[in-house]
Design a protein. Structure first.
Length: 333
């Protein structure tokens, strides 16, 4: 199906790892165990040439996959990369292979709902096929039990709770960290230049859905005015508004609105994960040392400058004010 382990797992480049992990289930085997082999049709369409470079594919057999998909109720399209690591794994084109993207496009013509499963060690561009899917599951390189975990999630025996650990780009020239500088994104400029510097993302850092929904309320910071010696207590109420038990990763960000050097758009300062029953509300509490909002200035010293900061959790924000600038002479604060 796809490689669940990456390079340096069993072998240097990860090749032939399946020969060393036969006791564990592939995605196909895990789905057969979950739904019954008689209910699963396997037709790969695009396969890798295990005797070539990690990116070498065999001659595609897309028509076979399309014919098999026509007999199915749901298409689980597992796409992604072969194993690789270090310099031999370098690439110059971020797009997922043309053969795999063409496979998904042809499968979509059957009219059957598609679940895209991304089995890859890095984000490969899929902007042209993502709209064709009813759902996308990014399993990264999940290891030997990844197939079993995926089957449990797809069957609803477990609930999704992960968040995107990086910013997934939509375009080849839109590689941006989640904490990009505010000067990197502006509105569309009117006039002949039509300048557009909006950051284009497929999915942002911290994005992730589940079979239930969560609602945030009552964001509170115990000190709206602080200095470098303070520790702020931040609380927020999280409610499971769906009908399934679920886990939610609560992410605390801060933004420095104005600084002597261009500040980051936002920075993740703390996080917690809570499990909530349907209808349950829980207050999540964070301790936020004021010094953690310092930055390294032009002089190489950690600096916390007076001025406004914004605390953000979900869509909720609260403005707080640092009342006094502090510069640390020591390298570690």
């Amino acid at each position: 199906m796809r490689c669940l382990n990456g390079g340096w797992s069993y072998t240097w480049q990860g090749s032939k790892a399946e020969d060393l992990a036969e006791q564990y289930n592939t995605i196909y085997e895990a789905l057969c165990n979950k739904y019954g082999q008689e209910n699963i049709i396997l037709e790969q369409g695009v396969t890798y040439n295990e005797n070539g470079a990690y990116y070498d594919e065999n001659k595609p057999e897309i028509e076979k996959a399309v014919a098999a998909a026509a007999q199915a109720d749901v298409i689980i399209a597992c796409i992604g990369e072969n194993s690789y690591c270090e310099t031999p794994g370098n690439l110059t084109d971020l797009w997922l292979s043309t053969n795999q993207r063409n496979l998904v496009k042809e499968l979509a013509k059957t009219g059957k709902p598609i679940i895209l499963v991304l089995n890859e060690g890095r984000p490969r561009l899929i902007a042209d096929i993502e709209p064709l899917a009813k759902a996308v599951v990014d399993i990264l390189l999940p290891g030997n039990y990844g197939g079993d975990a995926l089957a449990n999630l797809l069957a609803g025996d477990a609930n999704f709770s992960a968040k995107m650990p990086y910013t997934y780009p939509r375009e080849i020239n839109s590689l941006a960290n989640y904490d990009y500088k505010v000067s990197e994104e502006v509105g569309t400029m009117s006039g002949a230049y039509n300048y557009d510097a909006k950051v284009s993302l497929q999915w942002p850092f911290g994005y992730g859905m589940s079979y239930t929904t969560f609602e945030y309320s009552n964001l509170r910071v115990d000190k709206t005015r602080f200095d470098a010696n303070d520790v702020l207590t931040v609380t927020v109420d999280v409610k499971n508004t769906g009908n399934r038990v679920g886990k939610e990763s609560v992410l605390l960000y801060t933004s420095d609105l104005i600084a002597s050097m261009v500040p980051d758009n936002k920075r993740l300062r703390a996080f917690d994960k809570v499990e909530l029953q349907p209808g349950e509300t829980r207050t999540v509490t964070f301790s936020l040392p004021a010094k953690s909002m310092a930055f390294v200035g032009f002089d190489g010293k950690w600096t916390l400058e007076e001025g406004d900061f914004v605390v953000k959790i979900g869509r909720l924000t609260q403005t707080i004010e640092c009342t006094k600038t502090k510069v640390w002479e020591e390298p570690n604060i």
